[in-house]
Design a protein around this ligand. Structure first.
Ligand code: NAP
Length: 285
């Protein structure tokens, strides 16, 4: 029997219903959660991402603002817009869609966003809070992965977890969240010589590389939980993840769990962005 699927669409739907109800309660108290999304340039993938984010906001009853600028926007103008949004009481979360054009320093942009409104959780302050175990806004993708693992009922305490990938936006915060949940965590990356030696003993594997078939059936143990963050295209141009899905699903057996791509991590990322914006609106005094 193949592993059970972890359904990110269904989990997102139930979480968004909860978020919508809490947003309505806040709106009733005169504090409708508000997200500002800034897009600089005309990258088509980025345009789709921001549209989906704004649409999700509207569906949950949030106030949302989408600001689009030409790719030539000077860095100083972008920083000035962020400063204005930092001071805007109707806005609780600010997101600048990455990547920004080359003449703009992404670090400066991220650090310009007020910590309380850093709903992407990418700033040094937010990363430091996560590292120190302090409250704060967590990066949406790893936060969503944690919710997906939680939904399986598998308790992380004492389990072996392997994260493949160490980006600041996915791999590293993922490892920190797993550590906080008392898993024993190993992080693999492009210089790890024998990744299978780690994953074969893992109870949970999170793959965030961006390369098809990074995790194959011979690299996992039966019964493991696999979270596939990757977004790639297969030979037919269809969306696929970082794992060899059909073979790996068989190898895990019926006690294993795996996220599909699409329909796993993707929908959860936007949901956790909404959760962060709601959280930011709820803590405003
Ligand atoms: P990234 O910044 O490019 O980082 C990729 C990581 O993978 C790096 O740490 C790199 O190691 C590691 N890596 C590369 N080749 C490897 C190999 N052969 N073996 C082991 N590790 C290897 O990517 P990212 O932003 O973290 O995203 C990863 C994937 O997740 C992408 O496909 C992205 O599209 C997807 N993603 C999906 C969502 C979603 O919502 N579904 C959100 C974010 C990202 P080094 O550090 O050593 O170079």
């Amino acid at each position: 029997m193949p592993a059970q699927l972890i359904d990110g669409v269904a989990l997102s739907k139930s979480l968004r219903a909860e978020i919508g109800a809490r947003a309505a309660a806040l709106a009733g108290a005169g504090r409708r959660p508000g997200l500002a999304v800034i897009l600089v340039g005309d990258d088509p993938a980025s345009a789709v991402y921001v549209r989906n984010k704004v649409k999700a906001c509207e569906e949950c009853g949030f106030h949302s603002v989408l600001e689009k600028y030409e790719a030539t926007l000077p860095e100083a103008d972008l920083l000035a817009r962020i400063a204005a949004l930092n001071a805007d009481p109707a806005i609780h979360g600010i997101l600048v869609q990455m990547p920004v054009p080359r003449h703009i320093d992404p670090h400066k942009v991220i650090e310009a966003i007020a910590t309380a409104k850093d709903v992407d959780g990418f700033s040094v302050h937010s990363a430091g809070s996560l590292m120190s175990g302090l409250p704060g806004l967590r990066p949406a993708t790893p936060y969503g992965c944690m919710k997906l693992i939680e939904s399986t009922g598998v308790a992380l305490k004492g389990k072996r977890a392997v994260v493949i990938g160490r980006s600041n936006t996915v791999g590293k915060p993922m490892a920190m969240l797993l550590l906080q949940a008392n898993a024993t965590v190993t992080v693999c990356h492009s210089a790890t010589p024998d990744i299978a030696a780690h994953t074969r003993h893992a109870d949970v594997v999170v793959v965030a590389v961006g390369r098809r078939n990074t995790l194959t059936a011979d690299m996992v143990k039966p019964g493991a939980v696999i979270i596939d963050v990757g977004m790639n295209r297969d030979d037919e141009g269809k969306l696929c993840g970082d794992v060899d899905f059909p073979a790996l699903r068989e190898a895990l057996g019926d006690s294993g769990r795996i996220t599909p791509v699409p329909g796993g991590v993707g929908p959860m990322t936007i949901t956790m962005l909404l959760a962060n914006t709601l959280q930011a609106a709820e803590v405003v005094r």
